[in-house]
Structures are given as C-alpha cells and as structure tokens.
Design a protein around this ligand. Structure first.
Ligand code: SAM
Length: 321
C-alpha cells in the first residue's frame, strides 16, 4: 500500500459516473448552462474494472458513487449492482435527488445502505434560483422513499450568505424530525468561485452556522471517524448534524480520498488540478495494469495538500463532490 510522509493513504474512492448534470447550481457552474458528459467517458465495464483495480492496488475500502449527477447516467443501473458485488465495506451514493423517485427501485434493490442528497433550501422558489432547474417536491418525495426503505440518508446543504442562510434552521428542523444527518458544506473556493468576489460575499462559515443554530438549539461536539471530512455535533435528544468545514477546520492532514472522473482521470486532491490518466492502463491485463497504477497512485498521493484547501479552478462537477 502506498503511504505518504504524513501517514495518509487512499481508502475512500469517489467514482464519477458522468460529468453531466441536470442542475446548473450557481456555485458550481458560472453561466447557468448545465454541464454535459465529458468526451470519451468510460463504459460501465471499464468503470467497474477501474474500481476493482483500485481496491487491489490502493486499498480502497469505501466507495461513493457521484458525478455530475450519477442518477442521470445510463450506466447507473449497470454499475451499481456490479460495484455492490466487489466486497467493499461501504458503498454510498451522492445525488441531487431529482431522479430519485424514478430510480428508487434500482437503489433499494441494489442493497446500498446509505445515500446523500444535496439540497440547499426548502423554499421552492429559491430552490429554482440556486439549482436553476428541477423541482423541490420531487427531491423531498425521493428522500421519503429512501427513508421508508430504511436507508440511512444524509442531506448536504451549502449555506450562502446572499442565497439561503435563512434556511440553516428550517433545514436542520426538517432533518432532525426525520432522523437525517444534515451536513452544512462550507462554500468551497473552487471553479469560477476561486478568489472571486462572490466567494468572499457568500462564504458563510462554521462559526456563523453554529451561532445561528445556537439561537435555537443546545448542541455539543461529538465523535467523527478519524478521516471524516465532517465536524459533527449532537443536539441532545434530537440527533446529529455536521459541518464540512474545509476553510474553518481543514481536514487535509487526515484525507484518505481519491477521485476517479468519468473520463478515467485520477485526482488525489480537490485542491489540485493535477490529474493522472488511468484510461490507457485499462487496456492492459491485470498484472500490467496494477504495475502502471502504482505509479499513478504515487503521483496522485503527492498532490494532497499538507494542511488546508488552497483553492483550485477544478470544477467539482467534473470530479465528484
Ligand atoms: N450531483 C450530485 C449532487 O448534487 O450531490 C453529485 C455531485 S455535486 C458536485 C456534489 C456536492 O458538491 C453537492 O453537495 C454540491 O452542493 C457540492 N458542491 C459543488 N460545488 C461546491 C462548492 N463550490 N462549494 C461547496 N460545495 C460544492
């Protein structure tokens, strides 16, 4: 297993099924135009083989299927049951939930136990203003279906000062009432937001989020996994919420994440645009592929930041959240 000088190695893989998305969120794409699939995206069988090789060579234990919007990909139905059969400790999905009612059967039948739904507001008008597409009720119905089927649901919200901070408490109420762990994601300094006035204007960090929550609830910090990106808090008797505090409390020092884009590039760090092409080695037999992969993994691990997220022009949608 490849380990760096800080003792970090890859354990968690984010697999982007497609760069295409049915939303065009304000913080993710600059021009309101939805992202399309990348040229030369890997086929379903190439993606599954890539995951298998990464389990063998990098020691991947946990897999999150993401995008773009993974449920939009025609490969979703094919990839999900196959990766479920690879013997990983944990497989989960990150989705904007818009297609969840339509894909609920596939998700439930696959045996996947955990799903994260991205949702920035419970206000239908604001929903359209942020996502620039989609329909709130459909997402909420999708969440209900997952809860009814017994899946563990987390909701991801990006609080932004000029867009949805009035939703910090309503979103927490909604989640606590349903046994959902809400995770506030601090706005990340990436893509078109990098070093921009809108990043500075809209950033709403952990301190501000906690001040708002403290106006209604008592909370106390609670445990998180050693390599968790989330700082977790318990509201006694009600449940747990988290803050992914990439700016306020960076987690680079314990990061174990590796990302594979839908067109076959490995990314060792969200804060680096360095990428390592895995596509060609998928044409090799397993032994040759593993040897070539070791070199890529070493380079990808070297891309990790030492302490904190520096900001990068990489767009999250290309490489998964
Ligand atoms: N389409 C899926 C979804 O919406 O969950 C998966 C991909 S999306 C890029 C993954 C997550 O990244 C979403 O929760 C989204 O809110 C978050 N995200 C994208 N750009 C971000 C940014 N600049 N700062 C913080 N979170 C961001």
């Amino acid at each position: 297993m490849i380990v760096d000088a800080q003792g970090r190695r890859f354990r968690n893989l984010r697999l982007s099924l497609t760069a295409a998305c049915n939303y065009a969120c304000t913080y993710c794409v600059p021009d309101g135009k939805r992202l399309q699939a990348a040229a030369l995206e890997l086929t379903a069988s190439e993606l599954v083989r890539a995951v298998r090789l990464l389990i063998d060579s990098a020691g991947i234990e946990k897999l999150r299927i993401t995008g773009g919007e993974p449920l939009l990909s025609p490969k979703f139905e094919e990839v999900l049951p196959q990766v479920m059969a690879l013997g990983l400790r944990d497989v989960s999905i990150t989705t904007n939930g818009q297609l969840l009612p339509r894909k609920a059967r596939t998700v439930i039948d696959s045996g996947v136990r955990r799903i994260n739904v991205s949702l920035d507001t419970l206000d239908p008008v604001r929903f359209r203003a942020i996502a620039r597409s989609g329909d709130l009720e459909t997402v909420l119905y999708g969440i209900d279906l997952m809860l009814e089927a017994g899946l563990k649901v987390k909701v991801n919200m990006v609080p932004m000062r000029t867009a949805n901070v009035d939703q910090v408490l309503p979103m927490l109420d909604y989640c606590l009432d349903r046994g959902i762990e809400l995770r506030y994601i601090e706005l990340m300094n990436m893509g078109h937001l990098k070093q921009s006035a809108s990043f500075v204007r809209d950033f709403f960090g952990m301190e501000d989020i906690l001040a708002l929550i403290g106006s209604r609830y008592e909370y106390a910090r609670t445990d998180a996994a050693f390599d968790s990106t989330s700082v977790r808090f318990e509201v006694p008797g009600r449940g747990v919420f988290g803050i992914i505090a990439n700016e306020s409390e960076p987690f680079c020092a314990s990061c174990t994440r590796l990302r594979l884009s839908s067109n076959g590039f490995l990314y060792g760090c969200l804060s680096s645009s360095h990428r390592h092409d895995m596509k060609d080695l998928l044409a090799l037999p397993d032994d040759g592929a593993r040897a070539a992969l070791q070199r890529l993994l070493l380079a990808a691990l070297g891309d990790k930041q030492t302490l904190s997220f520096a900001g990068e022009v990489t767009v999250m949608k290309f490489i998964g959240g």
